[in-house]
Design a protein. Sequence first.
Length: 192
Amino acid sequence: MANETKTMALEKKGLTTAQMTVTALMTAVMCVLGPLALPIPVSPVPISLGSLVIYFMAYVLGAKLAVVSCAVYLLLGLVGLPVFTGFSGGLGKVAGPTGGYMIGYLFLAFIAGYFIERFPSNRVLQAVGLILGTAVLYVFGTVWLSGQLNMTFFAGLGVGAVPYLPGDAAKIVLAAMFGPQIRKAVLQSASR
């Protein structure tokens, strides 16, 4: 009976003010850095800081709140705010060639956040989560891109994933190096 009462009390406990604040802050960071993009000639998909922000978002927020933060970012863009790459927004951007990558952000946030929460002191497994999340992001993006541009999946990989591997590898290394310290600092601040 005591365990049931304790479980019910935990279930009724909603988000803390600190959790809501940090979630909103990470959404704001994504809205500021997400539009910054560098077009490359071999692909309609520009190089952006979006995945790097989501890596840190996963460290700071964990799986569920990272997905919430990412979903709020996507909703802000869908209603027309210029938060997507190239300072664009609206349904047309999500329905275009890069839409699958934007939807893949949700899966990246969840998978990376899950590994970070599940293995809080194992940087190697955290990096594995970042890599797996990125792979799922690539799959969603490539399937979508291939359909939009009427090309095979493997041709889509050539323009929508392969050119980004070195940059995303560098982003993963940065996140794995600095993410745990940022997570620790945020958790300590939130517990005060």
